[in-house]
Design a protein around this ligand. Structure first.
Ligand SMILES: Cc1ncc(COP(=O)(O)O)c(C=O)c1O
Length: 408
C-alpha cells in the first residue's frame, strides 16, 4: 500500500474511538482495495470460474463472509479451514479442500457434504475410492506436480523434481491416465506451482505443461490453476495483475479458456497482501539505533527466519499520524519476543524517530497474522478495516480469557 494511503487510513482512525491505549500494535485493512482486488480477479476470468481464495492467506471470518457475498469461494488446506469457511457462510459447493494429510473422517465429511477435494497422492486416491460408495454427487481433482523446477524461494516452491505435494507428471502419466479411466468421480486436475517465488513465466510454463498432457484425460471437467501470483515486496519486483496473468495463460493455452473446462483458482497473496498495514508504537529507541516494536517474529515468522526471502517495507509517522521529516539514519528493528533472532530488520534507513512514534509495516494482508506464533504468549492484535468514511472492527484484540483458553 502506498505510504500516503497508509497515512490517510491511520489519520482517519484517530478520529474514531476504535483504538484504545492498550492497542500498542494493530492491523488496518483498506476494505475498498479488497473489493477492488475481488473485482480484478473476477473480471480476469470467465464468469463461471470458481475462485477459492486461499484461507491460509487470510482466515478472518469477516473476509470469508465478504468472499461469500461476492460469489467467491475458499481454498482450505485443513479441515479446520473448511469448517471456518462453512461457518462464515461460504457454501459447500464453493469450498475446495486441498492438503496432503486428509484423514478418512475428513474425506468422509467432504463426500457427505459434496465438498470438492484435490487429492494429493495415489495413496489418497485409493482411500477416497474406498469411501465414495454409492455417492454420485461427490467430485474430486488430482494434484499434479509439473516438475518444472523450483523458483526463487525454496520453501514455497512446489514444482521441483520431487515435491511434497501432488503426483509427478513426468514419472506417472500412465498411472494418472488409469486413475481417470477407473474413477468416474475424478473429474479435475489441480496445479499449484509455488507461492511468491515463481514468475508469471514459471506459472504459465508449469500450468501449460500439465494442461497439454492432461486435457484429454477421461472425464476431465475441471482445471484448477492454484494460486501463486507474486506480489511486489521490493521496489524492483514486477507488479503483475490478474488480467496480465490470464492473458499470458490464454496465449499459451487458448483451449483452457474455450469453455470446455470449468476453471478453478486458489489465489491468496495477490488478493490480500497489499490491502493491509500493521502499525506498532515505537516503545523504545534503544541507544539511539535499535527500535523496539510490539510486533516481531510472532507475526512475521518468515521475515525473522528468512529475511532475504521475505521482505516488508517499513516507514514511520508521529503518534498523530504526521510525517516524520527528520533526516534518515540506520536502525535495527527488534520485536518484543524473548529470543535473539526476533528482528523485523537488522538494518533499515528511517527518518530519526523517538519513543511514541509509529512504525508502519507494509503489505501485511496475507500470510502474516495467519502465521502467528504463540512464543511469549502475547495477545494477537486488533484488526480494523476502513471503507470510505466507515471504520469496522474486523477482529478484537485477543483477551486474557482467550489466551488462557488457548493454553488450557
Ligand atoms: C495448494 C495451494 N493453493 C493456493 C495457495 C495460495 O497461494 P498464493 O497465496 O501464493 O496465491 C497455496 C499457497 O501456498 C497452496 O499451497
Amino acid at each position: 500500500m502506498e505510504n500516503s494511503r497508509a497515512q490517510e487510513l491511520i489519520k482517519s482512525l484517530h478520529n474514531t474511538d476504535i483504538l484504545s491505549e492498550e492497542d500498542s500494535a494493530y492491523i488496518v485493512y483498506d476494505l475498498d482495495l479488497v473489493q477492488t482486488r475481488y473485482s480484478e480477479l473476477k473480471d480476469a476470468f470467465p464468469a463461471d470460474t470458481l475462485h477459492g481464495i486461499a484461507v491460509k492467506a487470510c482466515p478472518l471470518p469477516y473476509f470469508l463472509k465478504l468472499q461469500a457475498d461476492r460469489g467467491l469461494g475458499a481454498e482450505a488446506a485443513s479441515i479446520e479451514e473448511v469448517q471456518i469457511a462453512l461457518a462464515s457462510g461460504v457454501p459447500a459447493e464453493r469450498v475446495i479442500f486441498d492438503g496432503p494429510a486428509k484423514t478418512r473422517a475428513e474425506i468422509q465429511f467432504c463426500i457427505d457434504k459434496s465438498i470438492y477435494i484435490n487429492i494429493d497422492s495415489f495413496e489418497e486416491l485409493e482411500r477416497v475410492n474406498s469411501l465414495v460408495g454409492a455417492n454420485t454427487h461427490f467430485k474430486a481433482g488430482l494434484r499434479i506436480n509439473p516438475q518444472i523446477g523450483n523458483g526463487k524461494i525454496g520453501d514455497t516452491s512446489v514444482a521441483g523434481k520431487r515435491s511434497k505435494f501432488g503426483v509427478n507428471l513426468d514419472d506417472y502419466m500412465d498411472r494418472i491416465n488409469k486413475a481417470f479411466e477407473d474413477y468416474s468421480w475424478l473429474v479435475g486436475v489441480h496445479v499449484h506451482i509455488g507461492s511468491q517465488g515463481m514468475s508469471v513465466d514459471d506459472l504459465v510454463n508449469g500450468t501449460s505443461k500439465v494442461f497439454e498432457k492432461t486435457k484429454n484425460l477421461t472425464g476431465l471437467e475441471r482445471f484448477d490453476l492454484g494460486g501463486g501470483l507474486p506480489v511486489v515486496n521490493r521496489e524492483d519486483d514486477l507488479k503483475v495483475g490478474f488480467k496480465t496473468y490470464t492473458d499470458a495463460l490464454a496465449k499459451a493455452m487458448p483451449e483452457l479458456f474455450s469453455g470446455k473446462f470449468k476453471l478453478l483458482t486458489e489465489f491468496g497473496r495477490r488478493i490480500y497482501s497489499d490491502t493491509a498495514i500493521a502499525i506498532s508504537n515505537i516503545e523504545y529507541v534503544k541507544e539511539g539505533h535499535q527500535i523496539v516494536a510490539h510486533l516481531g517474529a510472532d507475526m512475521f515468522l518468515r521475515r525473522a527466519y528468512k529475511p532475504n526471502d521475505w521482505y516488508h517495507q517499513m516507514s514511520v509517522l508521529t503518534c498523530n499520524g504526521e510525517q516524520v521529516t527528520n533526516d534518515s539514519q540506520t536502525y535495527s528493528v527488534a520485536g518484543p519476543l524473548c529470543f535473539g533472532g526476533d528482528f523485523l530488520s537488522r538494518e533499515v534507513s528511517l527518518p530519526k524517530v523517538e519513543e511514541g512514534d509509529l512504525l508502519l509495516i507494509h503489505d501485511v494482508g496475507a500470510y502474516t497474522l495467519s502465521m502467528w506464533s504463540r512464543h511469549c504468549s502475547r495477545f494477537t492484535p486488533k484488526v480494523v478495516g476502513i471503507s470510505g468514511d466507515n471504520t469496522y472492527l474486523l477482529k478484537k484484540r485477543e483477551s486474557l480469557e482467550q489466551l488462557i483458553q488457548f493454553w488450557s
